[in-house]
Design a protein around this ligand. Sequence first.
Ligand SMILES: C[S@@+](CC[C@H](N)C(=O)[O-])C[C@H]1O[C@@H](n2cnc3c(N)ncnc32)[C@H](O)[C@@H]1O
Length: 266
Amino acid sequence: MKPADLSLVCDPETHGPLVLKDGPAGRGGSGEMLVNPKTGRQYVIRDGIPIFLREGEVGGSNRRYQKLYDRMARFYDFSTWAYSRWKGMSVEARLREYLDELEIAPGSRVLEISVGTGRNLRVLPRGAEYYGLDISWGMLRQCRRNAAKWKLDIDLFMGTAERLPFIDEAFDVVFHFGGINFFNDKAAAIREMIRVAKPGTKFVVGDENEALAKKYEKLPVTGEFYGRRGGAISAPVDLLPAGMQDVRVKDIAGGDLYCLTFRKPR
Ligand SMILES: C[S@@+](CC[C@H](N)C(=O)[O-])C[C@H]1O[C@@H](n2cnc3c(N)ncnc32)[C@H](O)[C@@H]1O
């Protein structure tokens, strides 16, 4: 974590400020941790990544997906490449279907919720400040490796989309792609995205459509997950709080995925 990030982070439980203190060193511990001086709650920093989750704190669907992505982190980029080939597109052209919706200016502070291996950030313009949060340590580790390989500067955080460790109105751009269909609490995740974004921010939120879920349901590995989806999937327009502006949904990847865009009022 960079020292400047201290002004952006907060305790995800209370939204109170955090201070940097000496913490456990060794086994990935950096010798520093974040502490809420009011409650005493501590968040360890491991390999430079602050961990805003406690052991055993992640339950339900979030836990299942955290385990899944920890296991598949090393293969994730290959699987997305294979999917793009199947769709007859380059990876970049496919990602641009939703990433081109983002309004990134030089110096913008950009947060990707569920950053995964960082493949989206690779495509975005240089000259902005990039921040990524994910629930899976495996994905974050892969993202760090990729960032070094791609010469990208990304500040990473481990936490859940439903309880973001950032202060109100910290970011100019906030987006999410690929996980929300199975979050424990989609409405809370959307509320949190909006809370940490500046007024006027345009959001991009996307994931699989029901049509793709039906295909995945029949495949050996994905079937276990998509078979449990408990109802048809659609873009979570109904979960947007009142007052959001320019709400639009478009189908991308030949109808396999949805891309929901909306704007926080100024
Ligand atoms: C399909 S991947 C998408 C990664 C990246 N956004 C992309 O487009 O390549 C879904 C990601 O969501 C993360 N995830 C799942 N549930 C989450 C939650 N509740 N909070 C934060 N991240 C979560 C997973 O760990 C995984 O990295």
